[in-house]
Design a protein around this ligand. Sequence first.
Ligand code: MN
Length: 347
Amino acid sequence: MNPADPSPAIGARFGWDRAFAPDDEGLPSYVGLPTFSGVPLVTEAAAIAARGADVAILGAPHDDGTSHRPGARFGPRAIRAIYTPGDHSLQLDIQPFSVLDVVDAGDVALTPGWADRNHARIWQRVREVAGTGALPIVLGGDHSITWPVVTALAEARAPRSIGIVHFDAHADTAPEQWGTLSGHGSPMRRLIESGAVAGRNFVQVGLRGYWPPPEVFDWMRAQGMRWHTMREIEERGAEAVVADAIAEALDGPDLIHLSVDIDVVDPGMAPGTGTPEPGGLLGRELLRAVRQIVGAVELAGMDVVEVAPAYDHAEVTATLAHRVVLEAISALAVRRRDGSTAPGARG
Ligand SMILES: [Mn+2]
């Protein structure tokens, strides 16, 4: 057979030349290039602003700050590739994408081996996206990205005007990490030292394990920081603790940044992370906490960090991280439907 002269008669013999109507239900989530839950890819700030997007998903594939197992640079791609069977939240009985315009703004253009430049680029990009009026939700990346992300959000409004609820096994308030200020063990210290966030409105939930040492907690106490250990959650229940965390973060500010290190969840339910610590939250407790927080407050922004797919099993960690974001978007949609002010910088 001459490949330059293929005969159409063969395929047609099987009926393959007939026309098919487009699939009414759209394509399955594994088909095509992945964006978060299949929302449109809109990378230009002017285009995000022009359509009046409510939420912009941004990837920050940076893991030069990791202290143990690296690999969170692959987190944004893994989270975007997660199965989404639909958009009807049974928890909140809402279809968030019918209420909110959500876009995927792509990844910040990052490269390995130059943490300072990556942090600068993240800061620049988050400022740009926040300036469109869309609420930035950033997919990490290691937790060091929260330093430039929250710096940008705080500047977009006013320094010390945003409270933080930070879910994590670790306080991430070390003075430095083997001589560098940009590791993932110290971003929360940087945010308080720089004046971006007031220590008293920095609230941590889920701390446990064997780090940091007592002198770091002394520093945290001196800043007025407040934290809630897993031990307290075991004794009082997550809902009561999260209610306190909301009140503490809003003790002055009226906006919250929600930072979720996926290692707050027990490694049995979130193994795909760099510094696992046994004894954490259940996945469902975290999802409920996200609904509780986002349903009660105005968000300034959100990040979900430390998903390292190479240590994951059967995508359980990436799936949970995806649903943490989707749960937040759903709760935002409920607030919008019920007439609260718009999320994010417009709030
Ligand atoms: Mn962390």
